[in-house]
Design a protein around this ligand. Structure first.
Ligand SMILES: *Cc1c(COP(=O)(O)O)cnc(C)c1O
Length: 362
């Protein structure tokens, strides 16, 4: 087998990477797609026409602005950041997690995060050869186990603590005072990942100048721009200068820069959609909670975590899929998520179709 690379792969790919499987995205064509926290609403026609007009002015034969200066300035205004705080942009917040990890992680550097949480923290830590520790949340309500978190800070001395606020896949906000205590006691930086801020009742974005080790991350993905790939990291200018050393110079292309500025010009459209989704979330939560054998958790996001009777999650997931509804199966991904599934809030029609299918399967 002259052309089989297996032997060299086994010899050269780092052992920890060999053990990792790549992030799996299921085939979703034709389904009512409620698996990935996307907005169910397409862009309005007049928004699209004005956007296409702006794209004409781009010279794609030239490199983009490597600092994305215009976009960053507009974003700083939108977030109302003080002078000492700037933003760094990434190809989705996933890239920012990678940049942070390349800058502060690596051999003999520990990264820490509560679990069950966002899986990219562990995957990127492993891919970059960093050490990683997960600290279990309390099982019944997925609140932080504060004593365990503080003990882990002391023992592991993590370079970075990643905390999704609200958390994915559990949908809840942790207690603000507990996060403040973690920020105060962490030896390194604390990154609060606010991917769902459009749907949440609290944010640390206005707390940035109170701490020297706090960074807050956001993304356009969950509010109508998942395909755009734009994430941002807000933090003290001095930290961002360091992280900028590992950012690839042209990581945000011209099309994304122009499109995001256009989005910021029309944020009211997307904020109204988010308000709509929050209202529909309450409705969906109520109708799920009324189903026998279904346990739900409150949500500060655009998805709902729920549990079905013992041993039935796989069957329910497959049954929904065969009826054309795709959600996320979480049973088996973490001990605390046994028999759990996660559904993204869609349009009212999609939510009803999902709810009726689910009822028929129980
Ligand atoms: C979806 C999600 C992200 C990733 O967002 P992108 O900007 O699309 O890369 C980050 N953090 C959490 C907690 C998420 O759920």
């Amino acid at each position: 087998m002259q052309h089989d690379p297996a032997e060299r792969i086994a010899r050269w790919v780092r052992p920890k990477l060999l053990d990792l499987s790549s992030y799996h995205v299921p085939e979703s064509g034709g389904y009512i797609k409620l698996d990935a926290m996307e907005s169910p609403y397409p862009w309005p026609d007049d928004f699209v026409s004005a956007w296409l007009e702006k794209l004409r002015s781009i010279s794609l034969n030239r490199y983009c602005d490597p600092t994305a200066g215009i976009l960053r300035e507009r974003l700083r205004e939108f977030l109302q950041l003080p002078d000492s705080i700037d933003v760094m942009l990434g190809n989705g917040s996933d890239e920012l997690i990678q940049i942070l990890t390349l800058a502060l992680g690596g051999h003999d550097r520990m990264l820490l995060s509560p679990e069950p949480g966002f899986v990219m923290y562990r995957m990127i830590a492993t891919a970059t050869g960093s050490d990683y520790a997960g600290v279990a949340l309390n099982e019944t309500d997925f609140s932080l186990n504060l004593p365990a978190m503080l003990e882990a800070l002391e023992r592991h001395q993590p370079a970075i603590v990643f905390i999704a606020y609200p958390n994915n896949p559990t949908g809840n906000l942790f207690k603000r005072q507990e996060l403040e205590q973690i920020i105060e006691q962490a030896p390194g930086i604390v990154v609060i990942d606010e991917a769902y801020s459009a749907f949440a009742s609290d944010s640390f974005m206005t707390d940035l100048d109170r701490y020297d080790n706090l960074l807050v991350m956001g993304t356009f993905s969950k509010m109508g721009f998942a395909g755009l790939r734009l994430g941002y990291l807000a933090g003290h200018v001095a930290w961002l200068e360091q992280f900028d050393k590992v950012r690839l110079p042209y990581n945000i292309g011209s099309v994304v820069q122009v499109t995001t500025v256009h989005a910021l010009d029309h944020m009211d459209i997307f904020q109204n959609q988010a308000a709509r989704i929050r209202a529909d979330r309450s409705e969906l939560l109520r109708s799920l909670a009324s189903l026998e054998g279904v346990t739900t958790w409150d949500s500060e996001t655009n998805f709902i975590l729920f549990r079905v009777s013992t041993g039935r999650a796989g069957e329910v997931f497959a049954g929904l899929k065969s009826q054309g509804v795709l959600i996320k199966q979480l049973d088996g991904s973490h001990a605390a998520l046994h028999d759990c599934l996660r559904v993204t809030v869609g349009t009212p029609e999609e939510n009803r179709a999902f709810r009726d299918s689910l009822a028929s399967l129980l």
